[in-house]
Structures are given as C-alpha cells and as structure tokens.
Design a binder for this molecule. Structure first.
Ligand code: DX5
Ligand code: ZN
Length: 223
C-alpha cells in the first residue's frame, strides 16, 4: 500500500492550517512541504517559520523537500521547525555525504532528491546515509506539471538497486502523480506518492486520497 504525501504547494495558502487538517482527516499519511529559494528553482515558497507554525496543528509526518542552493545552511532551522524527513537535492550539494550526516545529527531522517536528468549512479556511495530517495518525475519548481513517462524505467532501476542493497530505503516519487499515473509509478516500485494538484485540486480531499491509494495498488497498467 503506498504512503500518500499531499504536497502543500497546491493548497490554499490563505488557509494553510485548515488545509493541513483537511488532508489529515482525509487519511493522508504524510505532509510534503516544498521549500524553494528562487535560485535552485525559479520559484519561491515558504521557510521554516511556516513549517514551525503548522507543526503544533498536525501529527502527520512532515516531509520537507528542500529545493535550495546551499541546503546545508538550512538544515538546523528546518529540523527545529519540526521536519521529520529532510530531502536535499544532489545537484545542490558539493558535499552530499556531509549534508546527510548533518540531517541525521539534527535528529531528522535524511533523504536525497534527484532531478529527472540526474543518473542513479550518484547514489552509489551514499546509500548507507539515507532513509529515502526522492525521484523527481517532473522538473522541480512548480506544481501541476505532467509526469515524465521516461521516469518509469528510472523508478524500476532504482527499486531494483534498493532491493539488491537489502537496505530499508523508501522510494518516493514527486511530480505529476495522479490516479492515472500512480498505478505505473507504484508498479515500477514507488512506495511514497507525493501529490499536490491531485489532492488539493479536488474539492473532496478524502476521496482524492482514497483514489490515489487505490490507484497505487493496481497492477499491470500503462500510461
Ligand atoms: C515540484 C514539487 C512537487 C509539487 C508536485 O517542484 O516538488 O512536490 O508540489 O505537485 P503536483 O502533484 O501538482 O505535480
Ligand atoms: Zn516536492
């Protein structure tokens, strides 16, 4: 059964507390928080103050996705704000191994995110340091983009690599995840589904979450 992580990026920013409570009531497992700096990606979103303000209102796992240049400078503020998982982009880290250790030392679960064009070989020497790999299935920066179909074999290769490693590492997919694309993503090996528009774009968040979870259980599908 996939873990469902609604992405706050598609929520009503004037009502964030209500939005978080709505997806929790609707059966979400995690809350995905997209942090953008206008440098690593061409968009700006929220900082640690907003994460800290939401933390007392939710028991959901806070999955913080840092789309920042120099993420090492922001690990502690987000850990203090209440992040559970912190993902950093491999493309933004000169000293990836060190940053992952910093995340663990700050008391959070370390994760690495890869852009669509980044090869899986970058993971070869850091698998022992992570609890999750986030594969971007769109180019990061904006919600509402279309899933890139050529990411399916990449998901499958990573799933095989993780099985071979015998490590307990989650495989998360992010971008363009809908009831139409979730079946193929899960069949390829995704275990955590991030979904912004597919959840917050629906008037019934509970139905949207249920539909995604069901879709993730389907087999033998093509997109
Ligand atoms: C994109 C973000 C995603 C985004 C997904 O850069 O990392 O988490 O919110 O949005 P949808 O589900 O609409 O593609
Ligand atoms: Zn994200």
């Amino acid at each position: 059964m996939p873990i469902i992580a609604p992405s706050l990026l598609a929520a009503d920013f004037a009502n964030l507390k209500d939005e978080v409570e709505a997806v929790a009531r609707g059966g979400a497992d995690w809350l995905h928080l997209d942090i953008m700096d206008g440098h690593f990606v061409p968009n700006l979103t929220i900082g640690p103050a907003v994460v800290a303000a939401l933390r007392p209102h939710s028991q959901l796992v806070f999955d913080v996705h840092l789309m920042l240049s120099r993420p090492e400078e922001y690990i502690l503020p987000f850990a203090r704000a209440g992040a559970d998982y912190i993902s950093v982009h491999v493309e933004a880290c000169t000293h990836l191994h060190r940053v992952l250790q910093q995340i663990r030392e700050a008391g959070c679960r370390p994760a690495v995110a890869l852009n669509p064009a980044t090869p899986l070989s970058v993971l070869d020497h850091i698998l022992g340091e992570v609890e999750m790999i986030l594969l971007m299935t769109v180019n990061p920066g904006f919600g509402g983009q279309e899933f890139i179909p050529s990411m399916l074999p990449k998901i499958a290769s990573l799933a095989a690599k993780l099985r071979e490693s015998r490590r307990d590492i989650l495989l998360e997919v992010d971008g363009g995840i809908t009831p139409e694309t979730a079946p193929a993503a899960c069949q390829a090996g995704a275990r955590v589904l991030v979904a912004g528009s597919a959840v917050f774009g629906s008037p019934d968040r509970e139905a949207a979450i249920r539909e995604l979870r069901q879709a993730g259980k389907l087999n033998k599908v093509r997109i």
